[in-house]
Design a binder for this molecule. Structure first.
Ligand code: HEM
Length: 170
């Protein structure tokens, strides 16, 4: 059940961080824009913490096996996509975090406490990290679309119960 809650919570927070990230960068400078930047960072840091937890539980336990009806190439593709998604779910928030620090701003989580300032202001790194953050985010989006398409294929075409395994009460 913990895995199911973490899966859907992280999915929701990623969608919210993505939407806010897209909207806020297009806004004119205003108090609302600054507020959205803060919310975006808090959502992203929460994703990082929850994905860390999810990885720990995934690595310490065993994931349910794929059904025998699934061809070997599909199992391999699923494993590869999941590994890449985990990597990106860490790399996207980390690149945003380091971009913020390189731009010279601390990250004050929920407006309550300052998270570690691991690097100082760095003009060149700042540009690189900004591009990296946006690029990794769009690669992650493409993988999320593939992930959702695969889940829908299992539900509607293969009808092998894979999607239902990630639903509460199953
Ligand atoms: C799952 C987590 C995250 C997602 C999906 C995400 C997504 C995005 C997106 C879509 C943008 C707009 C990119 C563009 O088109 O230019 C963006 C920008 C930004 N993100 Fe994130 N982000 C995440 C985490 C973080 C974190 C943890 C931080 C910092 C603590 C952060 C800081 C920023 C900043 C400062 C910008 C604005 C860059 C600019 O001014 O152009 N992000 N993010």
């Amino acid at each position: 059940m913990t895995t199911i809650i973490l899966h859907w919570l992280v999915a929701l927070l990623i969608v919210a961080a993505f939407a806010l990230g897209t909207v806020m960068t297009d806004m004119r400078i205003s108090p609302a824009k600054l507020q959205y930047y803060s919310w975006h960072k808090w959502l992203g840091v929460t994703v990082l913490a929850l994905v860390g937890l999810r990885l720990l539980s995934r690595l310490s336990g065993t994931a349910p096996a794929y059904p025998d009806s699934m061809p070997a190439w599909e199992k391999q593709a699923a494993r590869g996509t999941h590994a890449l998604l985990y990597l990106l779910m860490l790399a996207v928030p980390l690149s945003g975090y380091f971009y913020t620090l390189a731009a010279g701003y601390p990250v004050v989580y929920l407006g309550l406490f300052e998270l570690p300032v691991l690097i100082g202001p760095h003009p060149e790194l700042k540009h690189f990290l900004k591009t990296l953050h946006a690029t990794l985010t769009y690669i992650m989006l493409a993988l999320v679309i593939l992930h959702v398409a695969a889940a829908l294929k299992h539900y509607f075409i293969d009808q092998d119960g894979i999607l239902q395994r990630m639903l509460p009460g199953k």
